[in-house]
Design a protein around this ligand. Structure first.
Ligand code: ZN
Length: 357
């Protein structure tokens, strides 16, 4: 297994814990892959109550794990998918938190743009990126925004349709049982499926809004659409600065509402993790942030994160395989498939009507 180096860039963590204070301002994304760590990174810093830095906290992940409680009690899984379904159906679970990643979007045809060599990056060859990840680095964006906007053109809301996984979460919301959905995806398919913005933490940002990089004037994503579709870099009507969609780049702060997790996860009565490799921090560690007694359902191709590290919590349930099939199995066990199919058909009709107009 790759050694895990978890470091924060230009940031301090700030969460109150037993008299010590960790600041949460300026958290940015960290890959759990040592190849991506460079000398630009600073270590994680721990502050005492006076705000003095304590060196050597070392590992954000182990910090979060110790802060929120680990989760491996060595006992065997005793719950099943049917038990989870029963809990949802009988409304025993009313504050469900969903965590999702790219695996729920690939069934909609969204290319896996984060993996070098997976198609989309290859299309960006002509821009001579120094390395693939530069496309999401803010300093590179200021130097050359073209490659990012080429990607934006591909991913801009409207090119793809939500699939059964998104509508399943929409249905959880319609039934009043969704506390929040935390998504790593920037394709906007959650909003398109009708999950309201206030129920979403788009941890890596969104194309729905945008901000001028110079005067910080705010724009709606729709205002940028024609420029982006024409392959033009959008400029601010006020100051001519480059307008950047509110996607979170490496080295940028997380969206403010990411910190909802501080209340959402302790309140959650069920956690569903789907279609994510849980490889980007601090998103990955959230899966350990629910109370020990709370069931966690993983619907994914592979075992990931705390589900892979060791024996799971006795209330963990794992549904391995294709994500859409896994969600379909859950919907079947709930008896929700007819409702889900009606919802998808209605929304599909609405969308084609909008396209015709
Ligand atoms: Zn401006």
């Amino acid at each position: 297994m790759t050694s895990l180096l978890i470091l924060l860039r230009r940031c301090t963590i700030n969460i109150k814990n037993n008299g010590g204070i960790f600041t949460g301002k300026g958290l940015s994304w960290i890959h759990l892959d040592h190849r991506k760590v460079s000398d630009k990174f600073l270590g994680v810093q721990k502050l005492d109550q006076e705000g003095h830095v304590h060196p050597g906290l070392g590992c954000w992940k182990s910090f979060l794990r110790s802060f929120f409680g680990g989760g491996h009690d060595g006992s065997k899984q005793i719950m099943t998918l049917e038990d989870i379904a029963k809990g949802i159906r009988e409304r025993e679970f009313k504050r469900i938190v969903v965590m999702a990643g790219a695996g729920i979007s690939t069934p909609s045809g969204i290319p896996d743009f984060r993996s070098p060599g997976s198609g989309l990056y290859d299309n960006l060859q002509k821009y001579n990126l120094p390395y693939a990840e530069a496309i999401f680095e803010i300093n590179y964006f200021h130097h050359n925004p073209q490659p990012f906007f080429a990607l934006a053109k591909e991913l801009y809301p409207g090119n793809y349709r939500p699939n059964l996984t998104h509508y399943f979460i929409r249905l959880l919301h319609d039934k009043g049982q969704l506390l929040r959905m935390y998504t790593q995806n920037i394709d906007g398919l959650e909003r398109m499926a009708g999950i309201p913005a206030e129920k979403l933490v788009e941890a890596h940002g969104t194309f729905a809004t945008a901000t001028c990089t110079v005067c910080l004037r705010e724009y709606q994503g729709e205002e940028l659409r024609s420029d982006i579709m024409e392959g033009t870099v959008p400029h601010c009507s006020q100051c001519r600065g480059v307008i950047k969609p509110d996607i979170v780049f490496f080295g940028e702060e997380l969206p403010q509402n990411f910190f909802f997790y501080l209340t959402d996860f302790p309140m959650a009565d069920l956690l569903i993790v789907m279609g994510t490799s849980l490889e980007v921090e601090p998103f990955a560690s959230l899966s350990g942030a629910v109370r020990d007694s709370v069931s966690r359902l993983l619907i994914n191709r592979d075992l990931v994160g705390p589900f892979a590290w060791g024996p799971s919590r006795h209330s963990d349930v794992v549904e391995l395989g294709d994500v859409v099939s896994g969600v379909r199995n859950l919907a079947d066990a709930l008896g929700w498939m007819p409702e889900l199919e009606t919802l998808m058909a209605d929304e599909g009709q609405k969308a084609s009507k909008t396209r015709e107009e």
